[in-house]
Ligand binder design. Structure first.
Ligand code: ADP
Length: 348
């Protein structure tokens, strides 16, 4: 009996100490933004920092993405560091592209820097490339990382929306509204190029929101000649001006490529091109992006407390979900056919 009691005590001690080991495993969380900047990244930095401090973690801000891990640009963050930033576009942590992180030697340096600061978990805010890097690093060093989808392109699988997408969409809508004024006055055909070389969400939903006539998107450009289809359907028959949103693309050549073709093949049209470029990334985030970033930032800390590792925080039907990195970055997010049909029907 005494033996059984002792065994039970040892078992209890082991269980409790294991529990405390797991709970106390993570004490210090590093946070970085990487790749293309997106409005709402600051709101996410704020949410991660404040939720982490609320739960008793130490927070370290890492500047310039993975580059800052290699060059050791790291400072401790308090709640004051993230005051008055929720409304600001860009990222206070700066962002960068870092080739060195794509090599094992570069990642080893990054790991050494993390250890030297006592950082035992990372929150990475970025797009497809940044989360690919996060996945490789997490597997290589068995290091806990939570990803937040920060990209205006909305091209990460497993989440309905990414941080920055709504703001960029609104910016595109406002620009196209303005272009329409001049397009109508001169009775011109305008091709407006928007970002999203691998995903047509900005072009398609931007076209619907701005009442444009059509969108030329990468998901379709390899199978269909979208321009020929548009011309054949007589997309201008009931209008004296038209606006077509074109996603940047090496396949179609973007708005310039499409306009060149129209000039050569359909010279009757008075064609103009407008490339919106980097202004799509800037500006104060919309309420939707601020709320999304705040929820996702808080969820990143919940995920670490729940012992989740190597997942991206997503949102599905307004509920927070955990998406394994492997799923988020390896799968193409399909375009909703209903959106395509809606645009076609409304542009007659
Ligand atoms: P985004 O995150 O916006 O898609 P990038 O594709 O430029 O932006 O990726 C951002 C950074 O992520 C890169 O500069 C690099 O440091 C890192 N990264 C991207 N792909 C990999 C990879 N295969 N291995 C390691 N790191 C990567």
């Amino acid at each position: 009996m005494r033996g059984a009691g002792a065994a039970f005590f040892v078992f209890l001690w082991f269980k409790t100490s294991t529990y405390f080991f797991v709970m106390s495993e993570i004490k210090c969380i590093g946070i970085l933004t990487s790749g293309g900047d997106a409005p709402g990244m600051n709101a996410a930095i704020r949410a991660v920092t404040r939720s982490a401090i609320f739960s008793g973690f130490k927070v370290m801000g890492i500047y310039r993405g993975y580059k800052g891990l290699i060059t050791d640009e790291i400072v401790e963050f308090s709640t004051a560091n993230v005051s008055n930033i929720i409304q600001r576009g860009g990222t206070i942590l700066k962002t960068a592209r870092c080739k060195e992180f794509q090599t094992p030697e570069g990642r080893q340096l990054a790991y050494d820097t993390l250890r030297s600061h006592g950082i035992d978990a990372l929150v990475v805010i970025g797009g497809d490339g940044s989360l690919t890097g996060a996945r490789i690093f997490a597997n290589e060093f068995n290091f806990p990382i939570i990803g937040l989808p920060g990209t205006i392109d909305n091209d990460l699988y497993g989440t309905d929306h990414t941080i920055g997408y709504d703001t960029a969409l609104n910016t595109i809508m406002e620009c196209v509204d303005k272009i329409r004024d001049t397009a109508t006055s001169h009775e011109r055909l305008f091709f407006v190029e928007v970002m999203g070389r691998d995903a047509g969400f900005l072009a398609l939903n931007g076209a619907i929101a701005a009442g444009a006539e059509a969108a030329i998107i990468p998901e379709i450009s390899t199978q269909t000649d979208q321009l020929a289809e548009l011309i054949q359907n007589g997309f201008r028959k009931s209008k004296n001006s038209s606006i077509v949103l074109v996603a940047e693309s090496p396949v179609t050549g973007g708005a310039m490529g499409i306009a060149k073709r129209v000039e050569e093949e359909y010279p009757a049209y008075d064609v103009r091109v407008s490339i919106l470029g980097h202004l799509q990334r800037g500006g104060s985030p919309t309420a939707c992006d601020r709320i999304l970033a705040s929820r996702m930032g808080a969820a990143a800390i919940d995920a670490l407390l729940d012992d989740q590792r190597n997942v991206m925080i997503g949102i599905k039907n307004d509920e927070i979900v955990y998406v394994p990195f492997s799923k988020a970055i390896k799968n193409d997010k399909p375009i909703n056919q209903e959106l395509l049909n809606t645009l076609r029907r409304l542009s007659i």
